[in-house]
Design a protein around this ligand. Structure first.
Ligand code: AMP
Length: 285
């Protein structure tokens, strides 16, 4: 059976559609995205269909989460192809608002999450998590889903959203979903489209190196020693710059040298025009 699929662009139409589902007794999952969809995004839709009766995907390239010199204007956009993939995957609704709908004239509010937003990507992209927290708060209030699904690919973002929802008592369950990878280990990402063939060849080293750090630290090596090695290894593999590679507690994101609780190895590094991020779990012995 194929599910009916629609695209809406206004809050009123979104609410009418979701309201219809609710009136029919159906639960709703929300999957926020910036589009240029790949199988990683589709895996979140599939997870949504396991957790709720209906899935609404949002597509909004959020200007507030890009810095002034970042890639907002060139971020890949492919709404028609995205809609076809979503209909095929069983999503019921695509909400694709314009910037004027999300941030109308006079918009003056920002949501800033402390703690888990600081450090890692927060240190290198200072506007990003306030932009993310602001747009996600709006999307949750606009759609009022039962559950919202976010990828572990953006692990710090997932923790920021968990904190935001707890702190503001937003009545939604936040579900994390595992990172989908290419066969060679590269985490799928819309920004992988920026890679030249040579850079694409080097890109899987990011996952290899953080996996090796995870294994070494799980085996007793100090995190700072393993990450020092990893930085050099990434540069030797062709990465131009390593923004960070760190071992952090999986819940608090506090730095840990010898983890005793579940931890995460997180990294961001540049290959040409692409800033790649990735992370893997680290379970201490
Ligand atoms: P984006 O469109 O990049 O903002 O991502 C939208 C959602 O998809 C976020 O929750 C991401 O964490 C998630 N996502 C992105 N890449 C992947 C991937 N390779 N596997 C699973 N989820 C992903």
């Amino acid at each position: 059976m194929t599910t009916a699929f629609s695209t809406v662009r206004t809050v009123a139409d979104l609410r009418a559609h979701v309201g219809g589902w609710r009136a029919a007794g159906q639960s709703v999952a929300l999957v926020p995205t910036m589009g240029a969809l790949h199988p990683g995004h589709i895996s979140l839709v599939k997870r949504g269909l396991q957790l709720a009766d209906r899935v609404c995907v949002t597509l909004f390239v959020n200007p507030k989460q890009f810095g002034p010199t970042e890639d907002y204007s060139v971020y890949p956009r492919s709404e028609a192809a995205d809609a076809a993939l979503l209909a095929e995957a069983g999503a019921g609704l695509l909400y694709a608002p314009g910037v004027d709908v999300m941030y109308p004239e006079g918009f003056s509010t920002a949501i800033t999450v402390g703690g888990v937003s600081e450090g890692l990507c927060g240190a290198f992209r200072p506007a990003m998590f306030t932009g993310v927290a602001t747009v996600v708060t709006k999307l949750l209030l606009q759609a009022q889903p039962d559950v919202a699904i976010f990828g572990e690919k953006d692990f710090q973002q997932l923790q920021v959203i968990r904190r935001l929802v707890r702190d503001l008592d937003i009545p939604v369950e936040i579900a994390g979903a595992p990172t989908l990878r290419e066969a060679d280990g590269l985490a799928m990402s819309s920004r992988n489209a920026y890679l030249t063939p040579d850079e694409r060849g080097a890109a899987p080293h990011l996952h290899r190196v953080i996996a090796e750090v995870a294994q070494a630290v799980a085996g007793g090596r100090a995190a700072s020693e393993a990450t020092d090695w990893a930085r050099g290894e990434l540069l030797a593999c062709g990465f131009a710059k390593v923004d960070y590679i760190e071992v952090r507690d999986a819940d608090t994101l506090a730095p840990v040298e010898h983890p005793a609780e579940p931890a995460r190895v997180l990294a961001a590094a540049w290959l040409g025009k692409a800033r790649l991020i990735d992370n893997v779990p680290l379970l201490p012995r």
